[in-house]
Design a protein around this ligand. Sequence first.
Ligand SMILES: Nc1ncnc2c1ncn2[C@@H]1O[C@H](COP(=O)(O)OP(=O)(O)O[C@H]2O[C@H](CO)[C@@H](O)[C@H](O)[C@H]2O)[C@@H](O)[C@H]1O
Length: 480
Amino acid sequence: MKVLSVASEVFPLVKTGGLADVAGALPLALGAFGIETRTLLPGYPSVMKAIGKPAKRIKLPGLLGEPATLLDVEHQGLKLLVLDAPAFFDRSGGPYVDATGKDYPDNWRRFAALALAGSEIAHGAIAGWVPDLVHAHDWQGAMAPVYMRYDTRPERPSVLTIHNIAFQGQFASTIMPGLNLPPHAFSMEGIEYYGDVSYLKGGLQAATAITTVSPSYAEEILTPEFGMGLEGVIAARIDDLHGIVNGVDADIWDPQTDPMIAAPYGAATLKKRRKNREEVAKYFNLDHDDGPIFCVVSRLTWQKGMDLLVDAVDEIVQHGGKLAILGSGDLALEGALLAAASRHRGRVGMSIGYNEPLSHLMQAGSDAILIPSRFEPCGLTQLYALRYGCLPVVARTGGLNDTIIDANPAALAARVATGIQFSPVNSGGLRQALRRAFRLFDDRKLWTQLQKQGMKSDVSWSGSAARYAALYSSLVQKGI
Ligand SMILES: Nc1ncnc2c1ncn2[C@@H]1O[C@H](COP(=O)(O)OP(=O)(O)O[C@H]2O[C@H](CO)[C@@H](O)[C@H](O)[C@H]2O)[C@@H](O)[C@H]1O
């Protein structure tokens, strides 16, 4: 089977968050099920620089009036179709924001163009390679099923995956004439949303099936609390909704072979973690004592519960713990955490920014990772933590609920616990979870047992890739 994946970021070429990890790893895992995935992604300058000479260049008819070429290239095992469309993607700054952090004003055109290219590929733009199905990711890819639906040529099945419903790609209706869609697409059944245009809503209506990245989150987004206004649209499609938990690329995230950590180790050689722990302490200027090192690797946002972390810092320090934070995001949260770091020198350290190698070292050298998210479609950092023997302390929500087994008495007795879950997700809940973590850490034998149980968890892609493969097959067999 041939599948076209449409994503705005793909690891290792361009990453701002978990979407890139999934878009980079899932195609490789699907190979084992006889599925050949090609991934369509924007030709940002960094991507254009990183890819070698393309095997083929395929000229597309002008995309929304701009010249565009597909570069057919293989990169680290991934088959890519890089959309070389300089009017949209050749600019300094990030994938979505300019150098000052402001959204590009033409994001609506940029990601409509990406999606339109996906639809053109589905309709045979590449001679000899017509996908059986298109798999689009998040709002940036969501218009691919929309363009396919409103095309007069025969439609192919499509899947839209929601990685984060908080980002919906909502724009003023004045963009309609620029989208090259028939006027009736601006309707309840199409992309109209409270008088605006919503790419995600349009995709949810047009895609043959909808997936999200954990079973719990699939249930949560049916409620007003988590659906962010789209709960009604999703409820109407409940028969086509699937929750499939993410996996991790087990080759990249392997403490036995990871070149980004100070000392490799495995479940049988946990003592070797110590060297990584020392390096984390050194990097963050933390005291070299036995108090547990908690870490945070995250976007610093309300979603991730970083205001709850601000409230919990003093508690960590009072109990003799230490905290290493890597992240960036909301300026007020950055400021509050920096203030905590200067208030607690030697106990709290912070690195603002995005640092992939450091994130690996922190998983390898910290004792526990804190993930107090208010909502978490899946979450990947707790899965990396399981692989690295770094105990996840997580909010009981979404994928965190589905992937971590709380160290309650029954789970401890059955020797299946892999972390700590807390609820309600508020400052009190997090502080209570921290107190539990300190108690467990005091019993080193038990702590080691928890680390080992976590490291035994199957967080690979194999089970979930099988579920995607089965879904694709059923959709292709059923047809439109
Ligand atoms: N400062 C930093 N430096 C280095 N690395 C950093 C970093 N900040 C974050 N990261 C990395 O970025 C990724 C974040 O992935 P998550 O799944 O935790 O959340 P995100 O909200 O981006 O993804 C959304 O999509 C994914 C994929 O489906 C869902 O798991 C998730 O719930 C959903 O919110 C991880 O690989 C993490 O290590």
